[in-house]
Design a protein around this ligand. Structure first.
Ligand SMILES: NC(=O)c1ccc[n+]([C@@H]2O[C@H](COP(=O)([O-])OP(=O)(O)OC[C@H]3O[C@@H](n4cnc5c(N)ncnc54)[C@H](O)[C@@H]3O)[C@@H](O)[C@H]2O)c1
Length: 351
C-alpha cells in the first residue's frame, strides 16, 4: 500500500464537511453529488453573485450560503473545499484554501499556467493537503474500460487516437474553447495511454469573436510514437463526443452521446502482406470482423469523482487526478497556445 500523502484529520466515523465555491452551471451538480456522500455534508456555499445564492437556497432549503468568499477559508470546521468558478480564479482560490489548511478539489483545468499549477502542487505538499483536479472523464466507467483495453494490448499497437468534442456553444468569456473543452480530451488521452505528450501542435480559428478561439485542432505526440488528434468546437450544428482509438489489431469507438452502447470494438483493420516488393504487387487486405459491444456498468462520473475525493481526504492517499495529472494537461494546453501563436509548429514539452 502506498504511504499516505496528506495528513488526514478525520477519523472514519467523523463527518466530512465540504465547502463549495461557485454555483453557476457546474456548481449545482457538484452540490448534489457532494451532499450524497456518506457521513458528509455541505457546510457552506460561496458565490459572489447574490442571485445565484438565492437560487441555491430555493433549491436546497437550509443550505448555508455566503457572498463573502473569505468565510470559507476562515471557518475552521470545513475540511475540504471544491472550487467551481471561472478558470481565471482557480489559482487564487485554491491557494487560499490550501493556506487555510483545507483539502482542495479544483474544477478542470487546474490553472491557466503551468507555473501556477506547480506552485499549487508544492503548496499542497508543504501543507500536507490533498490537491485534486476535476478531470471528470477519468472517473467514467467507459473511459476506465478503454484504458484497460489499451493497456491489455487488445487493440495492438496504437496508431492514433482521435477525439472530437463539438457543440453549438456554450461560449465562455473567460476562456477559449481550448481551455474550456480540450482538458477533457487531453486528460482522457493521457489516462488511456498512461503517458503524457512530448510535443503539441495546434491550429485555431476565431470565428465569432476576434480574440477568442472557438474552433481548434490539436495534435499530440506521445513517447513510443503514439499520436492523438483533438478537435474542439463551440460552432458545430450538433453535439458530438466521439473518441476513436485505432490500433494495428482492432479499433474502438467511444460515443458518449450514445445510449447504452457507448463503446464498440471493431475487429477491423488493414493487413499489408510482407511479400509485396513493388507498387504493382502492393496488395492490402481489409479485415471486416465482428463488432463487440462490451457491457460497462453505468455510473455517473461526477458521483464517482466526488466519492474519490472524499476517500482521498479521509485516507490521505493521492487521488487519481492529483495535482501533477492536472499539470500534465495544463502544459499540453499551454503548448497548444504557443503553437497557434507560432503558426502551428510542434512545440516540444520537457518533463
Ligand atoms: N468537469 C466538468 O465536466 C465541467 C463541466 C462544466 C464546467 N466545469 C468547470 O467548472 C468551472 C465553473 O464552470 P461553470 O460552467 O459552472 O461556470 P459559470 O460561469 O456558469 O459559474 C461560475 C460561478 O462562479 C461564481 N464566481 C465567479 N468568480 C467567483 C469568485 N471569485 N468567488 C466565488 N464565486 C465566483 C459566479 O458568480 C458563477 O456563479 C470551470 O472551471 C469549468 O471549466 C467542469
Amino acid at each position: 500500500m502506498t504511504a499516505p500523502l496528506a495528513k488526514s484529520s478525520l477519523t472514519p466515523d467523523q463527518q466530512l464537511r465540504f465547502g463549495l465555491i461557485g454555483y453557476g452551471y457546474w456548481g449545482p451538480l457538484l452540490l448534489r453529488n457532494l451532499a450524497r456522500q456518506d457521513n458528509s455534508s455541505v457546510a457552506l456555499l460561496a458565490d459572489v453573485t447574490e442571485p445565484r445564492l438565492a437560487e441555491a437556497q430555493r433549491n436546497n432549503p437550509g443550505l448555508r450560503v455566503t457572498s463573502r468568499v473569505d468565510d470559507m477559508f476562515e471557518e475552521s470546521d470545513i475540511d475540504a473545499i471544491v472550487i467551481a468558478t471561472p478558470l481565471s480564479t482557480h489559482f487564487e482560490l485554491a491557494q487560499q484554501a490550501l493556506l487555510s489548511g483545507k483539502h482542495v478539489l479544483v474544477e478542470k483545468p487546474l490553472t491557466d499556467s503551468s507555473a501556477q499549477a506547480r506552485e499549487l502542487i508544492a503548496l499542497a505538499e508543504r501543507q500536507g493537503r490533498i490537491l485534486m483536479v476535476g478531470h471528470t472523464y477519468e472517473y467514467s466507467p467507459e473511459v476506465e474500460r478503454l484504458r484497460q483495453i489499451v493497456q491489455n494490448g487488445d487493440l495492438g499497437k496504437i496508431f492514433y487516437i482521435n477525439s472530437s468534442r463539438l457543440n453549438l456553444g456554450i461560449f465562455r468569456k473567460d476562456a477559449d474553447v481550448i481551455w474550456d473543452l480540450a482538458p477533457h480530451d487531453v486528460s482522457m488521452i493521457n489516462f488511456v495511454l498512461d503517458k503524457r505528450p512530448v510535443a503539441v501542435s495546434a491550429r485555431g480559428s476565431t470565428c465569432v469573436h476576434k480574440d477568442l478561439i472557438d474552433v481548434a485542432y490539436i495534435d499530440l505526440r506521445y513517447p513510443g510514437g503514439d499520436e492523438a488528434h483533438v478537435h474542439v468546437s463551440w460552432l458545430n450544428p450538433n453535439k458530438e463526443r466521439r473518441f476513436t482509438i485505432v490500433g494495428d489489431r482492432r479499433m474502438a469507438v467511444y460515443d458518449d452521446t450514445a445510449g447504452n452502447e457507448k463503446i464498440k470494438i471493431f475487429d477491423r483493420g488493414v493487413d499489408r502482406p510482407n511479400y509485396s516488393t513493388t507498387f504493382g504487387e502492393f496488395q492490402l487486405s481489409y479485415r471486416y470482423g465482428e463488432i463487440v459491444i462490451p457491457f460497462v456498468a453505468g455510473a455517473e462520473p461526477l458521483a464517482v469523482e466526488c466519492q474519490h475525493f472524499a476517500q482521498a481526504v479521509r485516507s490521505g492517499q493521492k487521488p487519481r487526478s492529483h495535482g501533477e495529472v492536472g499539470l500534465n494537461v495544463v502544459k499540453a494546453l499551454e503548448a497548444a497556445h504557443e503553437s497557434i501563436d507560432k503558426g502551428g509548429v510542434y512545440i516540444p514539452i520537457s518533463w
